[in-house]
Design a protein around this ligand. Sequence first.
Ligand code: NAP
Length: 285
Amino acid sequence: MNTPTIIDGKKVSAEVQQQAADRVKKIIEKTGVTPCLVTVLVGSDPASVTYTRMKRKRCEAVGMKSMKVELPEETTTEQLLAKIKELGDDPAIHGILLQHPVPSQIDERAAFEAIPAAKDVDGVTIASFGAMAFDLPGFGCATPAGIIDLIDAYDIDCNGKHAVVIGRSPILGKPMAMMLLSRHATVTICHSRTTDLPGLVKQADIIVAAVGRPNFVQGDWVKPGAIVIDAGYNPGNIGDCDYEACAKNASMITPVPGGVGPTTIAALINQTSIGAARQLGLDLE
Ligand code: NAP
């Protein structure tokens, strides 16, 4: 029977958060300034309320300050842009997280773009994507950045490997593909128009599922020995991969929950501490 290594996202996220905590301690010692992340939530979607609360709690757990801005459901794009500009201009704030998704009347892209690149610790702006894609300093999108932390923690060598990313969203699939490319993987990106998706996934050494469909990746799509990373998080704590079936062939696999989820928040917290150090003129990376 195949027994894959189960990639422990909680353990990796604790290590990444410890790095952030060490950096925060040094920032406070050297400057007297406590780094601060602000979460911006428009509306009252219960899942988003929970996510933003979790992010602020983790921030405080590493010694940073957190602030919340909550705007009503009927907020306009102009009102949101004005609020983000105000936060961007505030020197006491080092990171801005706009919780996705925003209500449909808001131009989400315009709102993301209002975040100054230096404070874009969730890596959602075009400037951050461009910097990441060109291997320049900037912040990667938190979920794929957290997946890279998992890859590093488990010494997964991407060099020359065939990585198949399922999903091409701007916050997950697309940046994930660029990050794997930077690590010298040969990357295939699949999406809803892909022909023979199972056939492509069967060729993968590394599979990243970011589809948003429960149990989408089937066990017989996984080549024996492939690494399965499941970014999916569907209602009922169900991932995008059929875990039991994929585990029969995989050499390593992330569980849901406890895989990619915890490292997403850890990456955000870590990037906030890095952003604060940069804004305060410290070299602590
Ligand atoms: P999204 O914006 O809905 O994008 C889904 C992607 O999957 C799209 O590119 C879409 O293709 C593709 N897709 C949908 N159905 C498909 C099909 N039948 N065959 C092939 N491709 C298909 O979702 P997302 O924001 O990237 O999130 C993806 C998953 O990750 C969700 O389960 C979400 O909950 C999870 N997630 C987890 C975290 C975390 O912290 N763990 C963070 C963010 C998201 P098209 O582009 O052609 O439409």
